[in-house]
Design a protein around this ligand. Structure first.
Ligand code: C5P
Length: 221
């Protein structure tokens, strides 16, 4: 069994990908499976933590021993994260949050009409949850972890993102058409705000999750 080094701690993990509705049947979404977030939730529970898992559109069974909150959109995810983070020792934002959402929601299905050009879809920005909870911390001693999927200049972009978001750790992975999404495995580098850089070789998402908790545990207040 795992060391109970998170016993007595409350950790919050977000997982999955938000869907931003256009009308009752359509949405803008992404390919996040939620598997990395679920691995983080399971490993934290195995290490003794009380876990709140906030999931968006993963279609996976609730992991045993976790409090699970189900959300759909980025705005709903923000509300759930802020609420759960109020008394959390650590927050890990593994969810893929849509950067933009449709500016308008059509309450009836959008129809195509003969001979008519398609209407452009206007978008507005979604709140950046990770930046918000990092810059306005619910607790000064909270440890906040972000994820970043990059296609190029992975480390330089990761360092820059860590600074801009204001989180303590950033898990950076390289994505491409055949990499990471939906896979059982992952490969990443974990950057820390104090300049640290921990490479995690290609392997199960559980192994990356345990490395994240190994780095979070000694930083907890
Ligand atoms: O900016 P980018 O989407 O690359 O950042 C990824 C990280 O930021 C992830 O941890 C994700 O959960 C978080 N994020 C967020 N709110 C957004 C966009 C991303 O919390 N609107």
């Amino acid at each position: 069994a795992a060391e109970p080094d998170l016993a007595g701690r409350h950790v919050v993990v977000s997982a999955g990908g938000t869907r931003e509705p256009l009308d009752p049947v359509r949405y803008l979404g992404n390919r996040s499976s939620g598997k990395q977030g679920y691995a983080l939730a399971r490993t934290a529970a195995a290490r003794g933590a009380r876990v709140t898992l906030i999931e968006a559109n993963t279609h996976m069974a609730d992991p045993a021993g976790c409090d699970v909150v189900h959300v759909g959109t980025a705005v709903q995810l923000r509300e759930a994260v802020i609420k759960a983070a109020a008394d959390a020792d650590a927050v890990v934002m593994a969810a893929a949050v849509a950067d933009f959402r449709p500016a308008a929601y059509a309450s009836g299905k959008i129809k195509k009409k003969d001979g008519q050009e398609p209407a452009p879809i206007a978008l507005v920005r979604n709140p950046d949850i990770l930046a918000e909870i990092s810059h306005e911390r619910a607790r000064a001693d909270q440890v906040i972890v972000g994820f970043a999927a990059e296609t190029d200049d992975v480390l330089a972009n990761g360092r820059d993102k860590l600074r801009r978001k204001g989180c303590d750790l950033l898990v950076v992975n390289e994505v491409g058409e055949r990499k990471t999404f939906g896979s059982e495995e992952n490969e990443a580098v974990v950057l820390t705000a104090d300049g640290g850089e921990t490479p995690v070789p290609h392997g199960p998402k559980e192994a990356l999750a345990d490395t994240v908790w190994d780095l979070v545990a000694p930083r907890l207040g």
